[in-house]
Design a protein around this ligand. Structure first.
Ligand code: PSV
Ligand code: MN
Length: 427
């Protein structure tokens, strides 16, 4: 299904008075503080976050799955769902495919289909953590790190296949997340696994087109419980630096041990010019894959403070960043959940944009610790929801995406079209 833009405009018109009051209030306050509100609106509107193809259906834990109906059963339907998000929220206009969960039979036709929906192809994600039916080698004991050269080659070839498909789709990034590691002490040799992984990454990199980037994504544990080959940002950075100039680090917010200072990780990797992008999600315990901003919105804001430092200045030399959501929707309607994530990201970005950087630098230089906290928290506590809503309204998107989604009865229509039992591939 596609959203009727007139319906969005009608809903916006109904909410116009209340919104205008809220927006004028915050716009006046920001203007009084010296901000150019139009430029803020433009920046917020141009922040685009890719939607993962594997998060449009109901996710699961290993204890169960509770589908809500109307799931997209084909890549085309997934792209249609993303166009619904794009019509309501304005923060997403691309899909990130996981191969082979979403292997297109005719990439050129799929590209045309997506183009007609206004959706582009973001990073390609390889999958060397599951054995597919008919596989001639097994990833049970690793992929790029494997002790057997045949398995390593098999995994390298799969990544090269992802690049080949991505070229046809107009993508220009390959994200490599490895489940490789060991579950018992002594099971594997850390150094050999790391060296094998590096050699394999170099082989993939050799097949990377000139205008492509490759991301390595770290994760401390799971599915392996004793060691992961790319366990943290240090290992990721080391691999990236040794692999080649266009190999960068991807930070998934859920892939850190409890209390890790992720914003500092971001700063360090940026300082090396090797930050590729993000997989946004939130968590209480580990890789919970919850809605962005539902648990630690302050952490998300602090991360955006580091990002805005880079995005607004020219003192940090790093390629442009690729933003993506990587979450699993077990209890909410996946599309509503994604709308909430998109909103949380836009809001954190807006808050980071209005933080008074000059005042903070002065307070930091004067070691006025109390004042630094006042300044950082002042922007975080400003209610910028009307600012983000206005940036959407100006782009013809919904003032209140979730409300519009419900009033338009998107899920009901999807269930009508696809039935209750249609199932999405992915997590
Ligand atoms: C692994 O936990 C991960 O974050 C990687 O990005 C995968 O590609 C994705 O989740 C989907 O399993
Ligand atoms: Mn991820």
């Amino acid at each position: 299904m596609r959203i009727d833009k007139n319906q969005v405009a009608e809903l916006n018109a109904k909410a116009a008075d209340g919104h205008t009051n809220d927006f004028n209030y915050i716009a006046d306050k920001l203007t009084a503080k010296g901000h150019d509100v139009d430029s803020l609106l433009e920046k917020i509107g141009s922040l685009k976050i890719a939607t993962p193809s594997w998060a449009l259906g109901t996710g699961a834990t290993r204890f169960g799955r509770f589908p809500g109906g109307g799931e997209p059963a084909t890549i085309e339907q997934k792209i249609e769902d993303i166009s619904v998000l794009a019509d309501l929220s304005n923060q997403t206009d691309s899909v990130s495919l996981h191969i082979p969960w979403d292997i297109p039979s005719d990439p050129a036709a799929l590209r045309e289909f997506a183009d007609n929906c206004g959706i582009r192809f973001d990073a390609m994600n390889s999958n060397t953590f599951q054995d597919q039916s008919g596989a001639t080698e097994s990833y049970k004991f690793g992929s790029l790190c494997h002790s057997d050269a045949n398995v390593r080659k098999y995994a390298v070839d799969h990544n090269i296949e992802c690049i080949e498909i991505g070229k046809e789709l107009g993508s220009n990034v390959l994200t490599v997340w490895l489940a490789d590691g060991s579950t018992f002490p002594g099971q594997a040799n850390f150094m050999k696994q790391f060296d094998n992984t590096l050699d394999s990454l170099k082989a993939i990199y050799a097949a990377l087109p000139e205008d492509w980037m490759m991301f390595t994504e770290h994760k401390p544990f799971e599915p392996n419980f004793y060691s992961s080959v790319v366990n943290d940002w240090g290992s990721s950075l080391s691999l990236a630096q040794k692999t080649g100039e266009r190999c960068l680090c991807l930070v998934d917010l859920g892939h850190h041990l409890p209390n890790t200072n992720i914003e500092q990780v971001v700063s360090r990797v940026l300082a090396e010019g090797r930050l590729g992008g993000f997989h946004f999600n939130d968590s209480k315990y580990a890789d919970d894959d919850l809605t962005v901003g539902c648990m630690k919105p302050y952490q998300l804001y602090l991360i955006f403070l580091e990002l805005v430092d880079f995005m607004e200045g020219d003192h940090i030399k790093n390629p442009d960043l690729a933003f993506m959501i990587d979450a699993s929707h077990n209890f909410k309607d996946p599309l509503e959940d994604l709308l909430q994530s998109l909103e949380a990201i836009a809001l954190s970005y807006a808050q980071a944009l209005v933080m008074d950087r000059d005042a903070l630098t002065l307070a930091q230089d004067a070691n006025d610790v109390a004042l630094t906290q006042e300044i950082v928290q002042c922007a975080y506590r400003a209610d910028l929801r009307a600012l983000v809503a206005e940036s959407r309204r100006r782009a013809g998107k919904a003032l209140s995406p979730i409300q519009a989604y419900r009033e338009i009865k998107v899920r009901e229509q999807l269930i009508g079209e696809r039935g209750m039992d249609s199932q999405s591939s992915g997590l």
